[in-house]
Design a binder for this molecule. Structure first.
Ligand code: AMP
Length: 442
């Protein structure tokens, strides 16, 4: 029988776990917590919603609680690097929640960009047990001598694959250069070459943890990763693909919102402008909708997300819709998100897994609906092929598809469209090849 009591956590932490209503550890918690307490490095390929936050926060708090002596001025015991501000806040909240019964107060600081640096500098005076940070702001604080990372004993890289795909490589490696010997935990939902490289340079003899999604009953599911790059998509997510004309997407979205009794829906679009535009169109149709993207003030982002997450008043059955860019795809935990809609498709297959993983969490059912236009049809097939998905491409009787199918030339480019960078490189290579062939002696 897997229980939290068997994992080596002390009573104040068990009490907090109990307060959170967790009955049994999820597979990633079961595997990671004892290993972290033993001082081992861990690489967990834990997908969205697998309970990974508690998998590192609980043993981190336990290790801090076991420490003797006072905090050292300017020093940090544990450093958690995350890709987005929202994820940092969420992680900070989990630390507060799980640490609240410990006899010694754990000091944790969340340091992210987009807000004034001075309060963060003040907060870091005297050191901290835990710092949760996005890489850029952390480096700013190092430059201002507000923090020293040389004594970090435990490093957590959360959503490491997201961090690298967001272009944080250089900042992450600068942070890593500032650290001394320490214990390292690496979490990522997808296995990429870059992650494997990071694993080789960062981890010493790591414990490998490959698990499926969290279930409220703590049972493992059969969706575990096969370790070869296939994504782990929880079986709680029903995936649909609907073919639609570009101009009819908002009408289709409204149709879906009206036809389903969803409480919260996250709609992904490609640009900040589209997020504003679609949210506005929904609002005009009396739907509770708000945009979420990186152009908004940090306080607006926090308020929007809080409103979206909060429980509605009794009897309020209206659907709340958040129209977001990929900013919202990364690790945000919204309990009981009924559906994710890909109004615009994500750029990469990995991003698809992250987006749809916002729903169907912790054993709850969720729908993931992708809008397929004539132009994105081929791209969606790439996503399907990458993860061996078999999703029926539906057409709804109310929405006849009239956009002409996009014709592709044999090299994969779209006829009559602006050439992609790849097409141009291909052409340049072909031209160079021809020149060499011409000038080379017979
Ligand atoms: P995470 O992967 O950390 O974002 O967690 C996903 C969701 O699972 C969150 O809502 C957690 O509160 C929930 N969760 C985490 N661990 C457990 C557990 N042992 N039992 C039930 N729910 C859990």
């Amino acid at each position: 029988m897997h229980t939290f009591q068997n994992l080596g956590l002390s009573e104040p932490l068990l009490r907090a776990v109990d307060d959170a209503g967790y009955l049994a550890p999820t597979p990633v918690q079961d595997a990671a917590i004892p290993s972290v307490l033993e001082g081992r490095d861990v690489h967990a390929s834990a997908e969205t919603g697998s309970g990974k936050t508690a998998a590192f926060v609980l043993p981190m708090l336990e290790l801090i609680a076991r420490r003797e002596g006072e905090r050292v001025r300017g020093a940090v015991h544990s450093l958690v690097l995350v890709p987005t501000r929202e994820l940092a806040t969420q992680c900070g909240d989990a630390i507060e929640r799980f640490g609240r019964h410990l006899s010694r107060r754990v000091k944790s600081c969340v340091v992210v960009g987009g807000v004034s640096i001075n309060p963060q500098m003040m907060e870091l005076r005297g050191g901290a047990d835990i710092v949760v940070a996005t890489p850029g702001r952390l480096l700013d604080l190092v430059e201002k001598n507000a923090i020293s990372l040389s004594d970090v004993a435990l490093l957590v890289l959360d959503e490491a694959d997201r961090m690298l795909s967001l272009g944080f490589e250089e900042e992450v490696s600068r942070v890593l250069d500032l650290l001394g010997p320490r214990q390292t935990l690496l979490f990522s939902a997808t296995f990429t070459t870059a992650i494997r490289a990071l694993e080789r340079t960062l981890l010493k003899n790591p414990v490998q943890v490959d698990v499926g999604p969290a279930r409220a009953d703590g049972e493992a599911t059969e969706d575990a990763v096969d370790g070869s790059g296939r994504a782990m998509i929880p079986s709680t997510i029903t995936q649909r693909a609907i073919e639609i004309d570009v101009a009819k997407r908002t009408a289709l979205l409204r149709h879906l919102l009206e036809g389903n009794s969803w409480s919260r829906v996250l709609v992904f679009v490609a640009t900040r402008h589209a997020a504003d535009h679609v949210a506005e169109k929904l609002r005009r149709a009396d739907i509770l909708a708000a945009p979420l993207h990186g152009d908004l003030a940090q306080s607006t982002r926090v308020d929007t997300l809080a409103y979206f997450k909060e429980d509605p008043a009794p009897g309020d059955t209206r659907t709340r819709v958040l129209v977001a860019t990929d900013l919202a795809a990364r690790g945000i935990d919204i309990v009981s998100l009924s559906a994710v809609v890909n109004y615009d498709l994500p750029r990469s297959p990995a991003e698809y897994v992250h987006r749809i993983g916002r729903t169907g969490r912790a054993g709850k059912e969720g729908a993931a609906i992708s809008f397929i236009t004539a132009e994105t049809d081929a791209h969606f097939r790439v996503i399907e092929k990458r993860y061996r998905l078999d999703i029926e491409h539906e057409r709804l009787p109310e929405f006849a598809v009239t956009d002409a199918p996009v014709v592709r030339d044999p090299h994969g480019g779209i006829k009559g469209k602006r050439k992609s960078k790849k097409d141009k490189l291909r052409e340049a290579a072909a031209r160079a090849g021809a020149t060499i062939a011409k000038s080379s002696p017979k």
